[in-house]
Design a protein around this ligand. Structure first.
Ligand code: SAM
Ligand code: SF4
Length: 363
């Protein structure tokens, strides 16, 4: 039985210039055809699934209308055995939060919200091409609390061109005043095939690594001073509020991904679903496979991935799992990126900032 389920909803009301997740603008007919196909895919996997965690991500699942959400959740409740479910997360964009949707999501069993605030500075929000203002995001947060959600995570981005250290500090402080259970703070990545990547290439946008390092440092300091544990490089939680779904993924547990572009890793195999929504929908509806790529994962690949992900978390890398990379790990230690406890390797503060570079030793 698979215990972790990801469902990709590929629609967004507006396309952000930094984002490389698979998404498209929502048109009513296309969304309805997609939802029907998704439920066909859910039904076809139902006998393998007894989820402890479900993550509805995207894209923007909250961009679906109340009628579309009702259709989706009615189907999920019909096909899935939810008796073991502990955590059911939905990603929300603040621009799409409304009281009726919040109540509907509570009623169908969602118990964790991940909201993409990104910044509380309207100028930074404009640079990021977001359609919501800081004020709308704050109203959305309160609407979710009023609907009864007691596990809310806020996504933030630092390293945005034009975002000063003061602006970032104020974003952290305003987030803390709302008292969320969880925060994700991501350094801006210039992903290929995005508008930001093109602007960086042309020299119109510039990265400032020193400022980004300072922003990262105040994040860890401020959040830990307020009782949030940095349990992964970009993720901070109050006690008992780490994301169970993401933790399962980082620990190398099997997970099933449904919907266009979703990856799955099950029993030593990895596959990806067709990316294009129309093609995904028609293939699924006609009983053909939704997969467009599949590979076996060798025990070595699985061990490398587990080491790389584990090292990014507070669990670190136990010495016996890291033996194979002993020489490289010691080199990273001399560069001040790693340190040892009695039985494991952990990232130093500088190592966390350069976690992607450290991770390259496992590739
Ligand atoms: C799939 S998005 C979903 C959230 C929702 N669609 C929204 O935008 O509000 C998950 C999160 O990834 C982060 N993210 C997306 N692209 C990023 C990038 N290029 N660099 C850093 N963080 C990014 C954002 O913080 C975003 O909230
Ligand atoms: S950041 Fe969120 S809203 Fe923006 S394009 Fe990506 S998935 Fe859509």
């Amino acid at each position: 039985m698979i215990s972790h389920l990801y469902i990709h909803i590929p629609f967004c009301p507006n396309i952000c210039p930094y984002c490389a997740f698979y998404k498209e603008s929502a048109g009513r007919e296309r969304v309805e055809k997609f939802l029907e196909a998704l439920l066909v895919e859910v039904e076809s996997h139902a006998d393998q699934l007894r989820p402890e965690t479900i993550f509805l991500g995207g894209g923007t699942p909250s961009a679906l209308s109340p009628v579309q959400l009702e259709f989706l959740f009615e189907g999920l409740h019909r096909y899935l055995d939810l008796s073991a479910l502990r955590e059911w997360t939905i990603e929300m964009n603040p621009a799409t939060v409304a009281a009726d949707k919040a109540k509907l999501l509570r009623d169908v069993g969602i118990n964790r919200i991940s909201m993409g605030v990104q910044s509380w500075d309207d100028e930074v929000l404009k640079t990021l091409g977001r359609t919501h203002t800081a004020q709308k995001a704050e109203e959305s947060f309160h609407l979710l609390r009023d609907a009864g959600f007691q596990n809310i995570s806020i996504d933030l981005i630092f390293g945005v061109p034009g975002q000063s250290l003061t602006s970032w500090q104020e974003t952290l402080e305003r987030s803390l005043r709302l008292d969320p259970e969880h925060l994700s703070a991501y350094g801006l990545t210039y992903e290929e095939d995005t508008e930001f990547f093109r602007l960086l290439g042309k020299g119109v946008m510039k990265a400032n690594e020193h400022l980004e390092a300072d922003q990262f440092e105040i994040t860890t300091d401020l959040l830990s001073a307020h009782g949030y544990e940095q349990y992964e490089v970009s993720n901070y939680a109050k006690q008992n509020h780490t994301s169970l779904h993401n933790t399962a993924y980082w620990l190398g547990r099997d997970y099933l991904g449904l919907g266009p572009s979703a990856f799955s890793t099950v029993a030593g195999k990895r596959w990806r679903n067709i990316r294009e929504t129309g093609l995904y929908s028609s293939s699924t509806m006609s009983g053909q496979t939704a997969r467009d790529f599949e590979e076996p994962l060798s025990p070595e690949t699985l061990a490398s991935e587990r080491a790389a992900f584990g090292l990014r978390t507070h669990h670190g890398l136990p010495f016996d799992h890291g033996k194979k990379w002993q020489h490289e790990l010691e080199k990273m230690e001399t560069h001040g990126l790693l340190y040892r406890t009695e039985d494991r390797w952990l990232l130093t503060c500088r190592g966390k900032l350069l976690a992607d570079t450290v991770g390259e030793i496992f590739v």
